[in-house]
Design a protein around this ligand. Structure first.
Ligand SMILES: Cc1cc2nc3c(=O)[nH]c(=O)nc-3n(C[C@H](O)[C@H](O)[C@H](O)COP(=O)(O)O)c2cc1C
Length: 194
């Protein structure tokens, strides 16, 4: 459960790409209370269809977003630095999309939004999912990290001892929510800080 969030609403762009792990995207969309502007890549939709057994991934995410944009639509407002957003979360982030972002390619709305965030010095969170990682991807992640990008490999913590897949997924998504300013409740042994 996510604790009540009393902070002002933010604008969060969310990219969903063709890595395994659509369940993390769905959990993030459901529990992030901010205004979410969502873009799904062609392969993001295909993987979500498969992993979550959905007929229509766009229809499934629509209730949890303020607006859904097509990845092919470079005229969408996210493609321009003149529109402020508070953060861009790519969950899950494929290594292909990471490679494009690290190379400065902005030929889809997801990669263009990332290019805009880089030039405008806005927050990007990349939830990469692949294993093992090639040296190329590791170098690209290091380059992006040095530009201020938060690289968060999908790697759920087990110290809260999840007993269901839902809890296991939430353990990782809580970390992402924390990075976009959502109150996700107590941290590890947080009572010892009182
Ligand atoms: C079922 C399935 C699972 C995949 N899982 C991953 C993955 O975990 N990580 C990854 O980097 N690519 C994965 N891929 C490959 C990407 O989908 C592929 O590189 C695609 O071009 C990514 O495009 P996008 O970044 O525009 O979504 C997967 C593909 C399929 C069909």
């Amino acid at each position: 459960m996510t604790a009540p969030n009393t902070q002002p609403r933010k604008r969060i762009a969310v990219g969903i790409t063709g890595s395994s792990g659509s369940i993390y995207a769905m959990d993030f969309l459901k529990r992030c209370p901010h205004d979410k502007f969502v873009v799904m890549s062609k392969w993001g939709k295909a993987v979500m269809k498969d992993e979550l057994k959905l007929d229509d991934p766009s229809a499934a995410v629509a209730p949890y977003c303020k607006k859904l944009f097509a990845d092919s639509d470079l005229t969408a407002p996210l493609a321009s630095g003149t529109n402020d957003i508070d953060a861009f979360v790519i969950i899950p982030a494929s290594t292909s999309t990471i490679g494009k972002i690290a190379s400065g390619i902005g030929d889809t709305l997801i990669t263009r939004t990332a290019a805009v965030c880089l030039k405008e010095r806005r927050k990007i969170i990349l939830c990469v999912r692949e294993t093992p990682l090639s040296t190329i991807t590791l170098r690209q992640c290091a380059d992006l990290s040095s530009e201020g990008v938060v690289v968060m490999p999908i790697s759920p913590p087990l110290y809260f001892v999840p007993t269901t897949v839902e809890e296991y997924v939430q353990g990782f998504v809580n970390r992402v929510l924390h990075h976009v300013g959502v109150n996700v409740g107590s941290g590890w042994r947080s009572e010892e800080l009182e």
